[in-house]
Ligand binder design. Structure first.
Ligand code: CO
Length: 464
């Protein structure tokens, strides 16, 4: 009998696939009927929460994200559920105090998360520490993550020492997160080969089809010794999403890997998702533009989710003719900011700054407060030191910090709870408010006091 090597496949259809293709707008109601089937397929895990799901749930879908998580757990009790967590930022856009991070992780674990994929946008491991400790306390899998990017400092030795540090910190597994789909097969193989020499924990590779090379990269990294990959069931695969699960499974089996997926059930699940995708296309939720590979992402290093968000923002603003110009501005902004990887929240910040530079017709005429905070060290260390003249030009004599940003934050859960006392009915509710103060409060008001007059914030959303 042919010798096979066991590998794991994670399906992203409930999270990254629709986040990348259609700005995270798949409601729970469209997932529920198929989840029990997904649970039987044999996935290493189902990625279903985190990233932008929490935000989209309360902002656009009028859904309690905690209820979504509990529902998925109820319907898929056998498959590990996985979430993506932005380290000290959790799922929000600022650094939270350690007590909020601990509370959020404890409740996420209690509500159903089994694998926490934790990253920091700047690969500053100081920003992963509290989250890691909190996950360890729950006994769940802590998957520390390297955000893959390309720059003068992002070399193989740089990544290897980062991975070593993550393993030493106590990571249960290591993920190479290529959010922009720029990890080529050659580079992927080189990187994973180097990692396997020093890392003994499982190595997971996450990439996107944005530039059209992802299946080749998966084959290369598996040959080099990676243990798990992320794919998306075919109707929600390719384009800015992940490679198709079924296609990868067939090819990998031929290559001698044992992925453990039931191909008949996989086909049945794809049958469920196909008409759903057609409906999203018809409703305009899924823009066909997102489905075509764009090799330019190899040049601009722009992640799928960022492309789709920027495109819909410019479309709404009636400035879609500026799309190409904004894309070209991104590498310039990135260089000014010390080559941050383009991942949330840095991807949004860099994207917004690039858009402002182009729309205003003059670079850094308008600077969002988040960019200023970044320049003040409040997000952590930039991979490459920032030019001091540039920094001074933008923030003048504001104080710059160099230690762990969260060390400057006092415990804040109790004061956050006070601000929504009488409205929030659980820690989970407080966390909704903590992560998204304005929209979160509106969401809770609508949930518990639906008769109160609403501002039009939630009303106008629904679907963009
Ligand atoms: Co992704």
């Amino acid at each position: 009998m042919k010798k096979t090597r066991k590998i794991g496949i994670t399906d992203t259809v409930l999270r990254d696939a629709h986040q990348s293709l259609m700005a995270t707008r798949m409601p729970l109601a469209d997932m529920e009927p198929v989840i029990p089937l997904l649970d039987k397929i044999g996935y290493a895990s189902l990625e279903c929460w985190g990233g932008a799901t929490f935000d989209a749930c309360i902002r656009f879908l009028d859904e309690d994200p905690w209820e979504r998580l509990r529902a998925i757990k109820r319907l898929a009790p056998n498959t590990p559920l996985q979430m993506l967590l932005r380290g000290q930022n959790l799922l929000g856009y600022r650094h939270y105090a350690d007590d909020v991070v601990e509370k959020f992780i404890r409740h996420s674990a209690e509500n159903g998360i089994d694998i926490f994929r934790i990253f920091d946008a700047l690969n500053d491991v100081r920003n992963l520490k509290t989250a890691l400790k909190a996950v360890k306390k729950t006994g769940k899998e802590a998957q520390l993550t390297i955000c893959y990017t390309i720059s003068d400092v992002h070399t193989v030795p740089y990544y290897v020492s980062l991975a070593q540090e993550m393993q030493d910190m106590g990571a249960d597994s290591l993920c190479i997160k290529d959010m922009a789909g720029i990890l080529t097969p050659t580079k992927g193989k080189e990187l994973v080969t180097a990692l396997t020499e020093v890392i003994s924990i499982p190595i997971v590779v996450h990439t996107h089809c944005t530039s059209g090379i992802a299946p080749l990269t998966y084959q290369a990294v598996l040959e080099a010794g990676a243990n798990r990959i992320d794919t998306a069931i075919s109707p929600f695969s390719e384009g800015t999403s992940q490679p198709a699960t079924e296609s990868m499974a067939i090819v990998l089996e031929e290559l001698g890997y044992d992925h453990g997926l039931n191909m008949d059930l996989l086909e049945e699940a794809a049958d469920y998702f196909r008409p759903l995708k057609d409906r999203y296309l018809k409703e305009g939720l899924l823009d066909p533009k997102m489905l075509t590979p764009d090799p330019r992402s190899l040049i601009y290093q722009v992640p799928g989710g960022m492309l789709s968000n920027m495109y819909s923002q410019l479309k709404q603003a009636g400035a879609i003719d500026k799309y190409e110009e904004v894309l070209k501005e991104i590498p310039r902004v990135r260089k000014n900011l010390g080559y941050p990887p383009l991942v949330t929240p840095l991807s949004q910040m860099v994207g917004t700054q690039a858009t402002m530079n182009i729309v205003a017709g003059s670079a850094y005429k308008m600077v969002p407060s988040e960019i200023k905070a970044y320049l003040m060290g409040q997000y952590g260390r930039s991979p490459v030191p920032i030019d001091e003249d540039f920094r001074t030009r933008l923030i003048e004599d504001e104080e710059v910090i160099t230690d762990r940003p969260a060390d400057h934050l006092d415990p804040e859960f109790d004061s956050l709870a006070k601000k929504v006392s009488g409205l929030a009915q659980s820690d989970e509710d407080v966390l909704i408010y903590a992560l998204f103060p304005k929209v979160g409060k509106e969401f809770l008001t609508q949930k518990y006091r639906p008769s109160e007059p609403q501002t039009d914030l939630i009303k106008v959303s629904g679907r963009f």
